[in-house]
Design a protein around this ligand. Structure first.
Ligand code: DC
Length: 227
């Protein structure tokens, strides 16, 4: 049986996460939030005091990456994420953990250690894979490849809303500076830099609502999956 794969790549705050979850529910496909894996790895290495010693302890860190004890527990209220048995669902969404994730994501050996784990999510009937290099590195065979982007300013405004919705304090200027720094690091790194695949469908969501983006995506995906 063919496993249908839909990849959604793009920068933080473009709406990828929300749309990937909506698409997975719509097509009844599995969902891979690959950013969560990098966040969990960043948190795990930080807790073990290994983040400052990445170069010296690379082998050990890669081994930890390949064997991360993670569970995604689906419940009605949303998916709970456990790291070493501890609920870190909220913790991994903080800006601080985003920074840790961006740091580990720049190391090729750590990206390689997470490769098989990500591919294992490709189970019938299909997968929606959300990340930065889903189409360019992890699932180049995907039937539908989407690159979702938006201006840094509109992404910062959305992120502020999202954080405030979770009861966290957020200042637009700090968030914008973080987003710009992270974009620079994610796009400028040599290991799997953030960029659209040559055959990706590019959507700029700066001036579009979620439903409009969703409709553009499903029209494209339906066409691709019918081929
Ligand atoms: O999508 P996110 O903000 O949760 O991602 C966290 C960090 O992980 C971000 O700096 C980019 C990095 N990342 C990556 O390099 N490759 C992926 N496939 C997903 C995320």
């Amino acid at each position: 049986m063919t496993v249908n794969i839909i990849t959604i790549d793009g920068p933080s705050g473009s709406g990828k996460g929300t749309l990937a979850a909506k698409l997975a529910a719509h097509y009844q496909f599995n969902l891979l939030d690959s950013g969560a894996l990098y966040r969990l790895l960043g948190l795990s290495l930080h807790k073990r005091d290994l983040l400052e010693k990445l170069d010296a302890e690379l082998e050990k860190c890669a081994e930890i990456a390949a064997n991360l004890d993670i569970k995604f527990v689906t419940a009605e209220a949303g998916t709970k994420i456990l790291l070493d048995g501890e609920d870190v669902t909220q913790t991994i969404r903080t800006e601080r953990v985003g920074e840790l994730a961006s740091k580990v994501a720049a190391i090729p050996a750590l990206r390689a250690a997470l490769l098989e784990r990500q591919r294992a999510f490709a189970q019938a009937p299909g997968l929606v894979a959300d990340g930065r290099d889903m189409a360019t590195a992890i699932f180049p065979e995907a039937q539908a490849k989407i690159y979702l982007t938006a201006s840094a300013e509109s992404r910062a405004a959305r992120r502020v809303n999202q954080l405030q919705g979770m009861g966290m304090d957020a200042k637009i200027n700090d968030i914008l500076a973080n987003i710009q720094a992270r974009d620079k690091r994610d796009m400028g790194r040599t290991a799997a830099p953030l960029k659209p695949a040559a055959d990706a469908y590019i959507i700029d969501s700066s001036a579009l609502g979620i439903d409009e983006v969703f409709n553009l995506m499903t029209a494209y995906i339906d066409r691709k999956l019918a081929n």
